[in-house]
Write a protein that binds this ligand. Structure first.
Ligand code: HAM
Length: 432
């Protein structure tokens, strides 16, 4: 016997039992982004590697060790499965001159790929829902994004997600902070782990992001960017906070929040929950005013965020998942040469009436077909025997209620199934 082939580690199937919750989330999100005037954009899963190296940053975990990169044997080009959506979204906006039409509110959803160590809430193929606003400089747009996300949590009934914000300041403020940080870390070289030593001169800010317990004390004492902020950065940050207070969105300032991608400046934030263990960040983003220019466009301020769909699905599942609803209205059971032919027409008429109906395939005895009908979760078995077919009728049997079955016309069956009304005594009396 040949061995079975399994999915790639860290890449999950979303099985039919779970898919309805995903669809519920996707439907909710589609309405939500529309409600704020965001327009959908879809980018390819593959991009040129250079796009991510230039935008996310050469000395980041993502670019250094997590990208699925390969050389296309046909073109010789280095390609990468997208690890995130912002870079590709900006690339697409530039390539198609979207910004000539003025500022853009864009959103996208889909799988992203990072070669991380798989664990609960961290996968190699995962899904993001992302929002990007290109061409908006003020803190009002940062606030709009936070207002949006807060509304989504409310719509989904998710509590216990809190907001942490920080500012990374402007380029000169970051340069000043960087110099002080390098001095400080160099003075404590013996306490740095290998990763931190390597990053000391290339990306010292990321040293502050280390989870190594042995370095936490050192990190606590490090110079804070907040103390270096110039007036412009501070004003932006304070205005954002003022709006958040005004619209009643609670937040906490976390001066250690630095994010793992290099394109950010000014505002950065994470929405975190304690309900998912180590992978508690369900949504993250911030401002990236330099990225459009870095990718070859005119200087254009921008900001955005992305949420991890798997993590939100986990939260929704924990909160009770979907209310129990039957996905199927009817299951058409049929037996006899005449009945088989009529049953096709019955199923189509019921579908014309907007009902969700399965036509039994595979033949078999009546009792076996009824067991399938029951197992399908349908609300009704729609029974067609040669007798019914001769009269152009069906026998309608409620499967989830203690009601008698009734012999009715196809039109009556559709009315009863659609309205969910009880089968009347007269109809029930007419049953064979
Ligand atoms: P990020 O923080 O790398 O930001 O990812 C955003 C969210 O995606 C995370 O907060 C998390 O919920 C989810 N996520 C990330 N990696 C994984 C993984 N391996 N498994 C499961 N979920 C994961 C970005 O990607 C930026 N592009 C966000 C952004 C948009 N900033 C501005 N605009």
């Amino acid at each position: 016997m040949s061995s079975t082939i399994q999915a790639v580690r860290g890449m999950n199937d979303i099985l039919p039992d779970e898919a309805p919750l995903w669809e519920f989330f996707e439907d909710t999100v589609r309405d939500w982004v529309r409600g704020f005037g965001y327009r959908p954009i879809r980018m390819p899963l593959l991009e040129k590697t250079d796009l991510f190296v230039r935008s996310i940053g050469e000395v980041t975990d993502i670019v250094e060790k997590e990208m699925y990169t390969f050389v296309d044997a046909l073109s010789g080009e280095s390609l990468t499965l997208r690890p995130e959506g912002t870079a590709a979204c900006v690339r697409a906006a530039l390539e198609h001159n979207l910004l000539y039409g003025g500022p853009q509110r864009l959103c996208y959803a889909g799988p992203m790929f990072r070669h991380e160590r798989p664990q609960k809430g961290r996968y190699r193929q995962f899904h993001q829902l992302g929002v990007e606003s290109l061409g908006y400089a003020g803190p009002d747009m940062d606030a709009e994004h936070l207002v949006m996300v807060a509304r989504l949590w409310k719509t989904l009934g998710l509590t216990e997600i809190s907001l942490q914000i920080n500012t990374l300041g402007s380029a000169p403020a970051r340069a000043r902070h960087r110099a002080r940080l390098i001095d400080y870390l160099s003075a404590h070289l013996e306490a740095l782990d290998e990763d931190a030593r390597r990053r000391l001169h290339t990306n010292p800010l990321r040293v502050l992001d280390s989870k190594n317990p042995a370095m936490q004390e050192l990190i606590e004492g490090a110079p804070r960017l907040l103390d270096e902020l110039d007036e412009v950065s501070l004003k932006h940050f304070e205005e954002l906070q003022a709006i958040l207070r005004q619209v009643d969105i609670p937040f906490e300032i976390n001066p250690r929040l630095v994010r793992g991608l290099d394109y950010y400046n000014f505002t950065v934030y994470e929405w975190v929950t304690t309900k998912l263990g180590a992978q508690g960040t369900v949504c993250a983003g911030g401002r990236y005013d330099g990225l459009v220019e870095q990718l070859g466009g005119k200087p254009t301020p921008a900001c955005g965020f992305a949420m991890g769909v798997e993590r939100l699905i986990s939260l929704l599942r924990e909160a009770g998942g979907l209310p129990e609803t039957s996905v199927l209205d009817g299951y058409v059971v049929h037996q006899g040469a005449r009945a088989d032919a009529f049953a096709w027409a019955v199923a189509e008429s019921l579908r014309d009436a907007g009902l969700r109906v399965v036509y039994h395939c595979g033949g078999g005895k009546f009792a076996a077909q009824m067991r399938r009908a029951d197992g399908s979760g349908a609300r009704y078995a729609v029974i067609v025997g040669d007798d019914e077919a001769a009269c152009q009728e069906v026998s309608l049997k409620p499967l989830r209620a203690l009601e008698a079955q009734a012999r009715v016309s196809v039109q009556e069956a559709a009315d009863i199934m659609r309205s969910g009304r009880q089968i009347s005594a007269a109809q029930a009396g007419a049953a064979p």
